[in-house]
Design a protein around this ligand. Sequence first.
Ligand code: MG
Ligand code: MG
Length: 599
Amino acid sequence: MRTSIATVSLSGSLTEKLTAASRAGFDGVEIFENDLLASPLAPEEIRGRCADLGLSIELYQPMRDIEAVPEEEFARGLRRARHKFALMRRLGADTVLVCSSVSPQAVDDDALAAEQLARLADAAREYGIRVAYEALAWGRHVSTYDHAWRIVKAAGHPALGTCLDSFHILSRGSDPKGIEDIPGEKIFFLQLADAPLLAMDVLQWSRHYRCFPGQGGFDLAGLLRHVLRTGYDGPLSLEVFNDVFRQAEAGPTAVDARRSLTVLQETVGAARPPAPVVPTGVAFAELLTADAEPVTALLGALGFARTARHRSKPVDLWQQGEARILVNTGPAGRRDGTRLAAIGLRSPDPAGAARRAEALLAPVLPRRRAAQDAPLEAVAAPDGTELFFCATGRPGRPGWRADFADTQTGPRDAGDVTRIDHLSLTQPWHHFDEAALFHRSVLGLRAQESVDVADPYGLLRSRAVTNDDGSVRIALTVGPAPTGDTVHARHIALATGDVVAAARRFRAAGGRLLPIPANYYDDLAARQEFPDGELETYRELGILYDRDAYGEFRHCYTHTVGQVFFELVQRDGGYRGYGAPNAPVRLAAQHAARALTAG
Ligand code: MG
Ligand code: MG
């Protein structure tokens, strides 16, 4: 099926929007009238630009307040329409969108609406143009898709059909099953948009909060299945009004959009990208640093030992139990200090995982390796994190570990850490929904519910993606703070069977634990009963506590080095969360610790 995107969904000039749509692989565009009005290009030049970029112009929009109005008002509308039809000929667009009227002059008269739309279609036909009539969810008298279709049907004009818009249909809670009653050839256009489920005015909801399929709460796949059963063979077109996308760079937004459409097509069986290869564990986390000493001191205090060194690069492997951290001092001179730059994911089929990623428009990274190194497939996540797909060590195929020579310098399992529990990746604010969709669709991970947490300086959103057995857990967070704020640094959570022992050992080795205010423990004592002395131990070490329906969670935090800090976590009884209720206390404590350091 052809894919298309409305220019209103992207930021920038019309030229920038067209270029971004083309680069992301869309077949066509809807030209939004305001984008044309603001463009210095003549319609013929826009037409030529689209042709050069391999884009068809699928729709011109919108035309408003045409139908069910007094005759003299309709005559004015028709005159306006003829101007636009002439423009559309110059543009090479053959379908125009007409939204149901919101005019105070419009009357509740379906017969009049049908008669005037038929006369509009008559005029359109003279120009070789078709009219697609769409019910706005806030239309004055016509606000549902089935009502719009009844009017189109009554008009009985070959140049008049309907436009279905998933937002207008699903935001009103209409049953999309009735779409199957419309003959496919009378559906002239299909616009797709998702949206988070919000209780708010539908016009504001539509203008500001639409998002790409799979990023909100609507059942887009269900709606699309109904549409496809009618025999509809027009384009799948994204029409997304969103405050974030209006400001974000057009290129990445177009890629995000095109990826969401591929995933939707895959869900309904209309596209077959390579199947996802779900990662089976975390092979390593890689820290990039110009000054390794502070972070290696921290790793040492946590019980990690430097066990191996890369044969051709300045990269050390620090290990404890199954937790592996690479410390890469390669790209020297970075001013932003130590940061979590890459994640190695254990993959049963690295090449397949890379093919899937490529089909879903994830940038495949050039292999940073010497001739003798094992091949390592890697892609970039939307936030720039490098994701390596690491073979799970099949015989005859050396894994990433073979590139490292052992340099055991200390007891290997000195501490209480067993593995990496989860990785927390702070996202740029405009990448949050994109990041969740990326990790879900490209990596085949499951997304958990989104959680909002109050930070003392704003609101923090967090959403985790995991594989089935929880051996891969990535917490995606977005905060109000500007990039570079260490409080929103990324972190690595290390699993331990005994967080008290691990915290004590860390402190005895010279590590600094994040102090937690006494008020937190007074509140905890009110909420929860603990055996004698336990709460005092938590208070002393800065251990936080949470429980869910499945089990308990105890966790504490190290100080921050550059852009990274560590968390020690003890999960008991199948606890599924990440201690989110404690995040405001933790964030406030980090703000306070930072102020202290800065002072
Ligand atoms: Mg629409
Ligand atoms: Mg984006």
